[in-house]
Write a protein of this length. Structure first.
Length: 267
């Protein structure tokens, strides 16, 4: 790879804008205010990661526009890929998610507002998470009668430990940024106004190191993660098929819809 500074470049992939300045790439989600996820969004992120790699980025900052980092999923049916519990939709979502796990570049997630459900999974798929005291995290799947998704059974225990992960997944308990930092879910804790700068600073520090060495370290640190994520998602999909038609799920979705008419975001 050339040692020359990479010129500023930008490209849009549906609701994701990818930008590169020098060796730091940025992938920014733009579905304000909640930035709800579905297969289309995750696929666009994977496309952005691939493009940034091709453009010479050495590290990526994952951020979003709006109130939340990524909170909730599409329950309206407007996106067939977003119908949680539906076989084809969940399967496509997982296939796109696996592309993120296979991406070769380190990712620093800048988490403002809420990272809920699949949004928490997206944050945990990154290498680092920078957050603020006002941010909040929740694996709220059990509260709406679902098995956890986005391979959280693989990533979350590796980040916070098996017991803490089990508690968060069983209860769907919401935690703030300070608790997230204390248990290791957040790597940097800064004020909301400083989130982007702090995440970019960390990414730039990573990008300043020898790029082949960084890739090799990441490959070792995350060795087999994509395979473990695939196995976890296959198990999740099987469980979702069993839970989808139950009253447990229906009651959870009804309660969620009463709180958030279009999409479930969480408290």
């Amino acid at each position: 790879m050339s040692s020359e500074v990479v010129a500023l470049a930008s490209k849009t992939f549906s609701d994701v804008t990818a930008t590169i300045s020098e060796f730091v790439g940025t992938a920014q989600i733009s579905r304000p205010p909640d930035n709800f996820f579905d297969a289309e969004l995750i696929g666009s992120l994977a496309d952005a990661y691939e493009w940034l790699d091709e453009q010479g980025a050495r590290a990526i900052v994952l951020g979003s526009v709006g109130k939340h980092f990524c909170a909730g999923a599409d329950f309206t049916g407007r996106s067939s890929a977003g119908r949680i519990g539906s076989g084809s939709g969940a399967g496509e979502l997982y296939e796109q998610a696996l592309r993120l796990f296979r991406a070769p570049l380190p990712v620093v997630a800048s988490v403002q507002g809420a990272a809920v459900g699949g949004g928490l999974g997206l944050a945990c798929a990154a290498d680092f998470r920078v957050t603020s005291p006002q941010s909040r995290f929740s694996a709220n799947f059990a509260r709406i009668g679902l098995h956890q998704g986005f391979a959280l059974s693989v990533t979350l225990p590796a980040i916070v430990g098996q017991q803490r992960a089990a508690e968060l997944l069983y209860t769907g308990r919401r935690i703030g940024g300070e608790v997230a930092a204390r248990i290791g879910l957040a790597d940097r804790l800064v004020e909301t106004a400083e989130l982007t700068d702090a995440a970019t600073e960390l990414a730039a520090e990573i990008a300043s190191a020898a790029p082949l060495a960084v890739r090799a370290i990441r490959a070792t640190m995350r060795g087999g993660l994509a395979d473990r994520a695939r196995a976890a998602m296959a198990r999740e999909l099987s469980e979702q098929h069993q839970l989808w038609p139950t009253a447990d799920f229906a009651e959870g979705v009804k309660a969620a819809a009463e709180r958030r008419p279009a999409r479930f975001v969480g408290q």
